[in-house]
Design a binder for this molecule. Structure first.
Ligand SMILES: Cc1cc2nc3c(=O)[nH]c(=O)nc-3n(C[C@H](O)[C@H](O)[C@H](O)COP(=O)(O)O)c2cc1C
Length: 234
């Protein structure tokens, strides 16, 4: 592995311990650390290298409270859905209940995190049909569906960079998407333009608990060798 980084073990340690942190201390986080996190975010890939992203950093206490109240409102819908779900087979009942309890804690405390980060994407235009080579114009509608399908793929890599950068700096965070259930209210509160979509709401702060290790279904259960029917042997 000639190009392996000398300290790549740190990266793996970061990945393996970047647990979802829902209990955060209210102590302030220096702007310089948030800038570092954002600088990691913008290193992410995006389709066509469009870099159509924007990141709203909310520190104002009054605004955080209002955002927290909207998250609470959206969570009432999520709660009803989660009540109807059963524990996934790879989790113990205890692990499932712990996740639900931590999730419910965040419903009431989102606004208490010292920083709330909202990763957004400016919508990407599709060229008009008559700008496309006539031989390929018939694909215009399918292309629109394709663009819609991959929309989040140009911001979620940045979200993961945020998660890992926070972990590397000792900050806790997680991706949440509950607010999308009432996104219009949320965008209005933050003055986000109509042509910009929000994709996550990430509380950031110093964690109350410990990092990692993250526990997941094993590789052998989810990876396939060449064809679906054969399990990856690793
Ligand atoms: C697309 C997506 C949406 C999520 N939305 C929420 C959310 O609205 N609220 C929440 O508390 N956690 C949310 N999570 C966090 C997951 O519950 C968390 O990543 C998962 O339980 C694994 O947690 P762990 O890394 O601590 O093991 C979301 C995660 C993803 C990937």
């Amino acid at each position: 592995m000639p190009d392996a980084l000398p300290s790549s073990s740190d990266l793996f340690e970061t990945i393996y311990t970047a647990r979802a942190q829902r209990r955060l201390r209210p102590d302030p986080v220096p702007d310089a650390l948030i800038t570092r996190v954002l600088d990691a975010a913008i290193r992410a890939p995006s389709a066509g290298n469009a870099q159509n992203w924007h990141f709203v950093v909310i520190r104002d206490a009054g605004l955080r409270r209002e955002v927290g109240a909207l998250y609470r409102k959206a969570s009432d819908i999520a709660a009803a859905i989660y009540q109807a779900r059963s524990c996934p087979s790879h989790l113990t009942e205890n692990e499932w209940q712990r996740m639900l309890t931590a999730g419910a804690h965040l419903w009431d405390h989102m606004g208490d995190a010292p920083v709330l980060l909202v990763p957004c994407l400016h919508q990407r235009d599709l060229p008009a049909p008559d700008a496309i080579d006539p031989a390929w114009r018939q694909h215009h509608e399918a292309e629109r569906l394709y663009l819609d399908r991959i929309r989040g793929a140009s911001i979620y890599p940045a979200v993961q960079n945020i998660i890992l950068a926070c972990r590397a700096l000792g900050l806790g965070t997680l991706i949440t998407t509950n607010h999308l259930r009432i996104e219009a209210e949320f965008k209005q509160l933050l003055g986000i333009p109509a042509e910009v979509d929000t994709f996550a709401l990430m509380p950031i702060g110093w964690p109350e608990g410990h990092f990692g290790p993250v526990k997941r279904r094993p590789v052998a259960e989810v990876a396939h060798a060449d064809r679906w029917s054969s399990a990856w042997p690793g």
